[in-house]
Write a protein that binds this ligand. Structure first.
Ligand code: MG
Length: 184
């Protein structure tokens, strides 16, 4: 069976202080391109799983989310293909059709299960990399190993359960996975 790396999007792959809906504003974080390339060369599928409650809040539309994803793929390069899953719902939205809780919204693991079914993933061999506790919680619920990309304001000891690993760069997360793979 195939394994995947589940990747949070905002402040894990790209920098995003607020509600990013403009593909021209997409900036990859340090080491992301090379890191994704290396993960792909280890045989992992790369699956972006992102909450996009900005759609429910009316800040931008689903088509903008898709344009941002096209831009990310363009910057990463087509030899490193990414699968994208996003959740446009939020219980406190302003756009009625998107205003509700949804099983895809992290910390719920719905996007992980959807990708696993579509791509035939063995979730116990998958990892999640994210900068928020809800990423860790979603990954853990799905049975994946967890890597917290800690930033100022994110502390591992605030997680309900400690992540399996805590790193301070994307490259370091890739090192952790590379080491685990080489140890079999
Ligand atoms: Mg994030």
């Amino acid at each position: 069976m195939t394994a995947a790396i589940f990747l949070d999007r905002d402040d894990t792959l790209i920098s995003n202080d607020g509600d990013l809906g403009d593909p021209a504003e997409v900036v990859l974080l340090d080491g992301v391109s090379q890191g994704l390339e290396r993960l792909r060369s280890m045989g992992f599928e790369l699956v972006v799983v992102t909450n996009q409650g900005g759609v429910a809040r009316g800040r931008y539309e689903e088509k903008d989310v898709m344009l941002v994803h096209e831009r990310i793929q363009e910057l990463v390069g087509e030899t490193t293909p990414l699968h994208f899953y996003y959740c446009p719902f939020h219980p406190k939205g302003t756009v009625q059709e998107y205003t509700r809780e949804h099983p895809w919204r992290k910390p719920a693991p719905g996007m992980f299960y959807a990708a696993a079914q579509r791509l035939g993933l063995d979730l116990s061999q998958c990892w999640v990399i994210g900068d928020q506790h809800r990423d860790m919680e979603a990954g853990r619920s799905a049975g994946c190993r967890t890597i917290l990309f800690s930033r100022p304001g994110t502390r591992a000891d605030e997680c309900k359960k400690a992540p399996d690993h805590t790193v301070d760069s994307f490259g370091q997360a890739v090192e952790v996975i590379g080491l685990a793979v080489s140890e079999g």
